[in-house]
Ligand binder design. Structure first.
Ligand code: HCR
Length: 390
């Protein structure tokens, strides 16, 4: 029945929350939700999910040609999905509502060099508050890999589920041995948040996302849930076509949170029936360094900014959480009023706004992407000094 997984005292506020999202479309993150569904983590920490398999990211640069590079990029991309979309359900019992970042909120982290994979750095900045947009960059300098993107969300309600269209895209730049660069445009899947009725939301991925490279490889990834082509939750099928060094096609299918295998192959890099990726295999230690407040954190670094709110949520002291959240929001409102009065704008620290991103338009045109043009955020290259040393 409705709200089975909701603490009895919060059932009526859960039902009101559901009613308000049913008649609402836009920025879900700013809506007030009952305490049991709140996560103590801000959305600015989410780009760290891209870094969960630093060895697979690093392996992209070891690929000898563009065919194997396209396969390595696909494998790394698939490897990030489990953490991105199921980790809160696995660790906290259901999807939760993350903290809504403030403009200028920052998150820095790095994954140390181990087994020759090279050090991986991550930098995240909240570049817009209304609507919320998070920009990020991750770099493995020793391997010549730079991945930058931005994410916003458009939400709507349909058939009892929340539908989240991810607005934004990312570009991976791979420095090649001959001095050239290969670019990969990566788009994101659409999300359906199911299980709302029972109070235990979880994510299903739907529709299609793309990975398109500047050497002519095109990968179309179709996502389906229970009751569609495989009848299993979290299913995907990726069709990859490469044109260099020779034309070849591959199909990979399976479950993105578990195992996938090669379903078809016309090339020599993979054979039909080969295992592709196992998201359940034990992983080497990938603990990130960063995020812990060693006294040097700036006031906008996410774990310092939200410290008291997060503590309140973790310890069940929702009065403190709400009081501290209101303080942050009021302080933000005041800043915006002061800026309006002074005729100034909050300066972004690491990114520059681009009304249209040429790489998106150029590579997206290959699949007649919609929309055909999209804004972007250019990383200005200013890694904090502490992150450029090993
Ligand atoms: C939709 C979502 C906020 C956005 C989160 C994104 C899309 C952010 C970019 C990451 O790379 C991937 C990602 C993963 C998350 O699954 C997704 C969040 C899931 C829930 C959250 C909603 C705003 C919260 C809705 C409230 C529900 C739980 C009642």
């Amino acid at each position: 029945t409705v709200g089975d997984a909701v603490p009895p005292a919060q059932r009526s506020s859960w039902i009101s929350f559901l009613k308000s999202i049913a008649s609402f479309s836009g920025d879900l993150s700013s809506m007030t939700a009952p305490p049991f569904i709140l996560s103590p983590v801000s959305l600015t920490e989410f780009p760290a999910y891209w870094c969960e398999h630093p060895e697979l990211f690093s392996a992209i640069s070891d690929a000898p040609d563009s065919e194997r590079r396209a396969i390595a990029v696909l494998k790394w991309f698939i490897s990030t999905l489990r953490a991105q979309y199921t980790s809160r359900t696995e660790t906290m019992g259901s999807e939760k509502k993350p903290l809504n970042p403030v403009l200028g909120e920052l998150f820095y982290g790095h994954w140390p060099d181990e087994n020759g994979r090279g050090r991986l750095d991550l930098l995240v900045e909240q570049v817009s508050h209304h609507p919320p947009v998070t920009a990020y960059c991750m770099e493995n300098r020793s391997k010549g890999l730079l991945f930058c993107g931005h994410n916003g969300q458009k939400t709507s309600f349909s058939g009892g589920s929340i539908i989240v269209k991810q607005v934004g895209h990312a570009v991976l730049k791979v420095k090649l041995a001959d001095g050239n660069t290969e670019d990969f445009l990566i788009t994101f899947p659409r999300l359906r948040i199911d299980g709302l009725w029972y109070g235990s939301p979880y994510i299903e991925l739907v529709d299609t996302s793309y990975i398109i490279s500047s050497t002519g490889s095109v990968c179309t990834i179709d996502y389906k849930g229970k009751g569609y082509f495989s009848g299993k939750s979290h299913s995907f099928k990726a069709n990859l076509s490469v044109s260099a060094p020779m034309h070849a096609t591959y199909a990979v299918e399976g479950l993105w949170h578990m195992q996938s295998k090669v379903a078809a192959s016309s090339g020599s890099a993979l054979a039909k029936g080969d295992p592709f990726f196992d998201a359940t295999a034990p992983q080497e230690d990938v603990t990130a360094v960063g995020g812990e407040d060693n006294g040097e954190m700036g006031e906008f670094e996410t774990r310092r900014l939200w410290e008291k709110v997060a503590k309140g949520i973790r310890e069940g002291d929702f009065e403190m959480a709400s009081r501290e959240k209101t303080k942050i929001e009021n302080e933000q409102r005041q800043r915006r009023r002061d800026e309006a009065a002074a005729g100034t704008k909050w300066p972004l620290k690491h990114f520059e706004y681009m009304p249209s991103d040429e790489t998106y338009e150029w590579l997206g045109a290959v699949v007649r992407i919609t929309p055909s043009t999209e804004e972007g955020y250019r990383f200005v290259g200013n890694w904090p000094a502490s992150m450029t040393k090993d």
